[in-house]
Write a protein that binds this ligand. Structure first.
Ligand code: IMP
Ligand code: MG
Length: 179
């Protein structure tokens, strides 16, 4: 791994694929233990979480389902953005054990707006699994139940995370170099 450039920005390696693999295997065995016999439903939030969801799902040794939802947060010029759903949920959550899969929880805005919609359907339980979390950026009361890594409040790239749509295909996670 080495320095990479994307558009006008410079990025340096931060988490190797081995580090990601070790944490995802740990999360997979923890979830497999906690949800044994519960036939949980995982909901992965697109786009960012597709790689994490795919790798984590392969580590699950229990009977379980996965579905996908696409959420987009419009930040615009004001800090009060809104989260819109551009691919909807096609599963019924009533009485199901549900786990949300997120690539990264930053301010928590996305989950804070999305969770009440899910709770409306009265799932048996609702938990959050996130690969990454920026504790310093958290501005909404979101509790992460299964976490890979706490990370500094800096822009990250790779392993599903993008910069203007690019960089999702990188196998490692990079962090921005401010110059
Ligand atoms: P939140 O609503 O502020 O918690 O942010 C949620 C979404 O913003 C995440 O699911 C990511 O898609 C995106 N995001 C947050 N931080 C980063 C980052 O450092 N790099 C790339 N995308 C990010
Ligand atoms: Mg995301």
């Amino acid at each position: 791994m080495s320095i990479i450039y994307l558009n006008d920005k410079k990025f340096t390696p931060y988490l190797t694929s081995l580090q990601l693999d070790v944490e995802i295997k740990r999360l997979g065995s923890e979830l497999s233990k906690d949800y044994e016999g519960k036939r949980p439903l995982f909901i992965a939030i697109l786009n960012g979480s597709f790689m994490f969801a795919s790798d984590l799902f392969k580590e699950l040794t229990i009977e379980c389902e996965i579905c996908f939802i696409k959420l987009a947060s419009y930040k615009g010029t004001k800090s009060t953005g809104q989260v819109i759903t551009s691919i909807g949920l096609d599963a019924t959550l009533t009485n199901r054990h549900v786990i949300i899969l997120e690539d990264i929880v930053d301010t928590g805005k996305t989950l804070n707006e999305f969770l009440p919609q899910l709770l409306n359907q009265q799932p048996a339980s609702l938990k959050i699994a996130a690969l990454l979390h920026k504790p310093e950026a958290l501005a909404y009361p979101v509790k992460i139940d299964y976490l890979g890594f706490n990370v500094p409040n800096k822009f990250l790239l790779g392993y599903g995370l993008d910069y203007d749509g690019y960089g999702r295909n990188l196998k490692e996670i990079f962090t921005i170099v401010e110059e």
